[in-house]
Design a protein around this ligand. Structure first.
Ligand SMILES: NC(=O)c1ccc[n+]([C@@H]2O[C@H](COP(=O)([O-])OP(=O)(O)OC[C@H]3O[C@@H](n4cnc5c(N)ncnc54)[C@H](OP(=O)(O)O)[C@@H]3O)[C@@H](O)[C@H]2O)c1
Length: 324
């Protein structure tokens, strides 16, 4: 099969190549998926570059997320799944078989049925962003009728969080850095969108809410002051990213505010919580509540260019088309 692979970490153009490798065989509990579309997430870039080190078992096929058709099943998996359309996530966790190849093998629980109306493109974009968003939003209880703040509401996780929160009946505010991203967050269902770089951001949020119930936070350090300014006792601030230095937590201010801080890394979310988040994503997909973001696409042969596009901050998602 054709596959993108790397054998050592480094810059995309230096380490990624597309070549023929043997097709994997599904082991017990696994499914073999004929991949149609592979999606890139920041974690794929961090692992490929070496920023988050992982052992490489001879070679690594990159990308956690994708969508395709179940081609075969391993021992213990219902054969009725053969031919099923699926979305994949965490394919490359402790496995060399990421989704940037004609075939991937994953545990059957990481190949979720894709509803009839949902395209492979949409299926490839849900994965890590939507499961992370669902766990951040719903991990502390229902949010219907609650006020939710999504920091970076136009990012992959942020946009999914806005869509899921709006679908669940929450009032949703989002922060963004400019007008293009404001449109994305508003189209996703945010009731209020504010530019976090503008001086009146806190004031506009305070006029909108008496205190948010949840914050889905992409940048705790820069935003903690804003988050605390729009919190009330019981607010849960859920952080899922750290791209700069660790922030200093103002412990007394957090105590006085009565907030809870929760930290999420999808790789260490307990299995039952992961499954609960996946169920929510499936329900939202079936309801048509998760929609396709703007897409930049590349053929598999240009996978290095696809990584570079994601690294240079392409708005929306970068997808890789897998050849037949
Ligand atoms: N913990 C986990 O399991 C998990 C899961 C998924 C992703 N992540 C991590 O989460 C981060 C985002 O992932 P992604 O896929 O959503 O990336 P993305 O699509 O690039 O989105 C990142 C967003 O963050 C926003 N942002 C940056 N600084 C901000 C700030 N100070 N205030 C508000 N928004 C800010 C950006 O918006 P502006 O350009 O408008 O500032 C951008 O829209 C990455 O570091 C990724 O590795 C972690």
């Amino acid at each position: 099969m054709r596959a993108a692979t790397y054998e050592s970490t480094g810059a995309a153009a230096d380490v990624l190549r597309v070549r023929d490798v043997d097709r994997p065989v599904p082991g017990p509990g696994q499914v073999l998926v004929r991949v149609a579309v592979s999606a890139i997430n920041p974690t794929d870039l961090k692992i490929r570059s070496g920023a988050t080190p992982r052992d490489i078992d001879v070679f690594q096929v990159p990308h956690m997320d994708g969508a395709g058709l179940v081609e075969a099943v391993g021992e213990g998996v219902d054969e009725a799944r053969i031919g099923q359309r699926v979305w994949l996530t965490l394919a490359a966790v402790q496995s060399r078989w990421g989704t940037a190849a004609q075939y991937s093998v994953v545990h059957a629980d990481r190949a979720m049925p894709l509803p009839d109306g949902a395209s492979f493109d949409l299926g490839a974009t849900v994965g890590i962003p939507a499961v992370t968003a669902a766990h951040c939003l719903f991990g502390d209880g229902p949010i219907g009728g609650r006020d939710v703040l999504v920091a970076g509401g136009a990012g992959a996780v942020g946009r999914a969080a806005v869509e899921l929160a709006a679908w669940a009946g929450a009032r949703v505010a989002a922060t963004v850095s400019g007008p293009e991203k404001a449109r994305i967050a508003a189209d996703a269902g945010a009731d209020l969108v504010v530019n976090y770089r503008e001086a009146d951001a806190v004031q506009r949020l305070q006029e909108w809410t008496n205190g948010v119930d949840r914050v889905v936070e992409v940048a705790l350090g820069p935003n903690l002051d804003l988050d605390l300014s729009v919190s009330r006792p019981g607010t849960v601030i859920v952080t899922y990213a750290i791209d700069g230095p660790d922030p200093v937590i103002p412990v007394r201010r957090c105590m006085v505010a009565g907030v809870a801080l929760r930290f999420v890394l999808l790789y260490t979310v307990p299995l039952e919580d992961f499954a609960a988040a996946v169920r929510i994503v499936n329900q939202a997909l079936s309801a048509g509540a998760l929609t396709l973001p703007a897409i930049t696409r590349f053929p598999l042969d240009q996978v290095a260019a696809a990584h570079q596009a994601q690294e240079s901050g392409a708005v929306g998602r970068v997808l890789v088309d897998i050849p037949d």
